[in-house]
Design a protein around this ligand. Structure first.
Ligand SMILES: C[S@@+](CC[C@H](N)C(=O)[O-])C[C@H]1O[C@@H](n2cnc3c(N)ncnc32)[C@H](O)[C@@H]1O
Length: 224
């Protein structure tokens, strides 16, 4: 990822994620599935103290190399090592599709939020994750014709390769995530299928044909 991130992060997700951070006046944050810690450093630059957790050792080592003063810890979303109500902000930046037991993970993220705090989620849409392993259907010249959707209401894991790494992700319909978030007692305060705000026009055009991402902010009620 480096510090810039890939195309989708840089041109589509970061602008909306950072605008939510700026609007929230958060003091401390937990980045669940921080990977190389890129967003922890963006939070720090925005004045929010951040702890990053991730179960993948070599990604955390990369985070520590880039930011020796940062707080990066081994951990899994399904069992967060923190007291209840510890954070103003919990971030899940493209991690829900990676997490096996996402229902337990979401209830853990809600548990460690203080009342009035926010869970900020960027996730792959189910419209694209259902056939992500297959990708675009192309014509004979290789031009993209359409992006398929299949088995949308099922939940299943699939493997794909990205930047030379083999990754297992999960497809789930949007309703599965929404139900888990609602059951955790959180209230939806922001929802977006973000548009690209910069980047090469041809990439922007491709992106507009098939939306990849959803961004949501869920608040833990101050007085449940
Ligand atoms: C697509 S990467 C996103 C990393 C980072 N948030 C970013 O935007 O660059 C997904 C991350 O989720 C992590 N992950 C996988 N299973 C997890 C779990 N059970 N709990 C927390 N993180 C997990 C992976 O190790 C990986 O770093």
């Amino acid at each position: 990822m480096g510090e810039r991130g890939d195309w989708g992060r840089e041109h589509v997700l970061d602008p909306v994620m950072l605008s939510r951070v700026a609007a929230g006046r958060f003091g401390c944050a937990l980045d669940v599935g921080c990977g190389e810690g890129r967003f922890c450093r963006m939070l720090k630059a925005a004045g929010v103290a951040a702890i990053g957790i991730d179960p993948t050792h070599h990604l955390l080592e990369a985070a520590r190399r880039r930011d020796p003063a940062g707080d990066y810890r081994i951990g899994s979303a399904e069992q967060l090592e923190f007291e209840a109500a510890s954070f103003d902000l919990v971030v899940s930046y493209l991690t829900l599709v990676d997490i096996d037991d996402f229902r337990t993970a979401i209830s853990e993220m809600a548990r460690v939020l203080r009342p009035g705090g926010s869970l900020l989620v960027a996730n792959l849409t189910g419209f694209t994750s259902s056939c992500a392993a297959q990708g675009w259907v192309r014509d004979e010249a290789g031009r993209p014709l359409h992006f398929p959707v299949d088995r949308y209401l099922d939940e299943f894991a699939f493997w794909f390769e990205w930047a030379g790494i083999r990754i297992e992700n999960w497809h789930r319909p949007l309703a599965a995530y929404m139900a888990a978030l609602l059951e955790s007692g959180l209230h939806l305060t922001f929802f977006s299928e973000p548009e690209p705000v910069s980047g090469e026009p041809s990439r922007q055009e491709d992106y507009r044909r098939v939306p990849w991402f959803v961004v949501m902010e869920w608040r833990r009620p101050a007085n449940p």
